[in-house]
Design a protein around this ligand. Structure first.
Ligand code: TRP
Length: 452
């Protein structure tokens, strides 16, 4: 039985869904944390360059391949459009590895997103006069609490994905993003008025250029850029496949990149100064050496609550709103991760959407629970494996497909849909050779550096 494929109903629907996928814990938790651990503005500087020069071209490769094939990553890379037949099994492998990576990413993402929900409820518990419950809600070491909120978050993710593209993904993504930006801006203004903020702004905005060639910083920045734009696992390829043919892909991809990078930058503008404000108030943030963060979750779960505390009763409402919006941002990202295996199961394996969503969601939840039960050993390991290694390497493979293994004419014709003048555009003058030579080369060089 041929199943009709879903599509985004409008340009704005796609932009919000793809931006919803891109904007998530990576922007507001990952980016500031990486910035703090890599010495501040030097990291921001390198990140901005890599996001636009490496991640953006790779994003375009995924969007173009996706809309041309109108299918999931596995089918797209192992199908007819791959002009070298011998490369099709390789395409299959890349697609499947992407699916496994998406599953693993979602399994740790769901845990962190669960914390966001519990921190959202904590102020409510406080207001309701239940300090014991509030304490439990923020107790990182409680397995019961971690499992409970991860389950809750995964159930929400599964529920939305069962709804499909228009009723599920699009409807949710168009709702709350603007609110998140508004709240971030208000909080930045508040932070700027506190003692210690000036030092934070300096740290964030004035780069120490001697650090920009630090190999660890480079690898962290590349991984962060790929994670933030949801690259390498087929998320953007699948979303690209849901874009209507009359839309201009170049414009859409550029918008999504600008929104994603912009929100990460704004989040840093809040979190880094807030960190110095908290320090001025006596909260210990860095370990003895003065550079390593005490804990990876310090910034979001200690520094920001500390900031909200200084606002008195208003702080409870602000804290609740902030973590609510974080939960929503995580949700519009997690649905894009779950859609990767689901699209494959539905289209290529001809499974029922509802049944496969529940089955795959349960599998991911099982992996999450294994991680929670072996937290010290697995949590960091899975994050490093997927974001520092798998994602850039898979991104490289997508560039190789777009640059070497697909018919150039197919790609040009696809870009021309919704953008008739594409052949004479700046994009088409640069991008084809850029993804063919420079992107794979740079990514490979970075990768080699991180292994050595
Ligand atoms: N980009 C999202 C964030 O910043 C997370 C995400 C969604 C993702 N889909 C992805 C990361 C696919 C890697 C691959 O939070």
């Amino acid at each position: 039985m041929a199943v009709a494929r879903g599509e985004f109903s409008s340009k704005i629907g796609f932009i919000l869904a793809a931006a919803g996928s891109a904007v998530g814990l990576g922007n507001i938790w990952g980016f500031p944390t990486n910035t703090a651990m890599n010495g501040g503005a030097a990291f921001v500087f390198v990140y901005l360059i890599l996001a636009f020069c490496l991640a953006y071209p790779a994003l375009m490769a995924e969007l173009i391949i996706g809309r041309h094939a109108k299918s999931n990553a596995v089918a797209a890379l192992s199908g007819e459009s791959t002009k070298v037949p011998a490369a099709r099994p390789f395409g299959f492998l890349v697609g499947i590895t992407g699916i496994i990576t998406a599953i693993l990413i979602l399994s740790f993402y769901g845990i962190v997103a669960g914390w966001m929900i519990s921190y959202m409820i904590e102020p409510i518990a406080k207001m309701a006069g239940a300090p014991k419950a509030a304490e439990w809600l923020t107790d990182t070491s409680s397995t019961a609490r971690n499992v409970f909120f991860t389950v809750l978050f995964m159930v929400a993710t599964v529920y939305i994905i069962i709804g499909g593209v228009k009723n599920g993904i699009e409807k949710w993504s168009t709702r709350l993003m603007p609110l998140l930006i508004g709240l971030l801006v208000v909080l930045i203004i508040y932070v700027a008025m506190q003692d210690g903020a000036a030092q934070g702004f300096k740290k964030y905005l004035l780069p120490d250029f001697s650090r920009v060639t630090d190999p660890e910083l480079l690898v962290d920045a590349l991984g962060q850029a790929f994670f933030s734009l949801s690259l390498g696992v087929g998320t953007m390829l699948v979303y690209g496949s849901y874009i209507q043919r009359n839309e201009n892909l170049v414009k859409l991809g550029t918008m999504v990149t600008l929104i994603d990078v912009g929100i990460a930058f704004i989040a840093g503008l809040l979190v880094i100064p807030a960190m110095y404000v908290a320090q001025a108030q006596g909260v210990q943030i860095f370990a003895e050496d003065g550079v390593t963060l005490l804990k990876e979750d310090t910034l979001i779960f200690q520094v920001l609550p500390q900031l909200f505390n200084t606002m008195g009763a208003t702080g409870l409402v602000v804290g609740c709103a902030f973590f609510f919006l974080m939960s929503i941002a995580a949700l519009t990202s997690s649905i894009s991760l779950l859609e990767v295996p689901v699209a494959y199961a539905v289209e290529s394996l001809k499974q029922d959407r509802k049944k496969s969503t529940i089955a795959i969601g349960s599998l991911i939840l099982a992996v999450s629970i294994v991680i929670i039960l072996n937290f010290g050993m697995l949590f960091g390991f899975v994050i490093t494996l997927t974001t520092k290694y798998a994602q850039p390497l898979l991104g490289l493979c997508f560039c190789v497909f777009a640059g070497w293994l697909w018919h150039r004419n197919d790609i040009l014709n696809e870009v021309k849909e919704g953008h008739p003048d594409a052949e004479n555009s700046l994009f088409w003058k640069i991008w084809p050779w850029y993804v063919k030579f420079l992107c794979p080369l740079f990514i490979a060089a970075f990768f080699a550096k991180s292994v050595i």
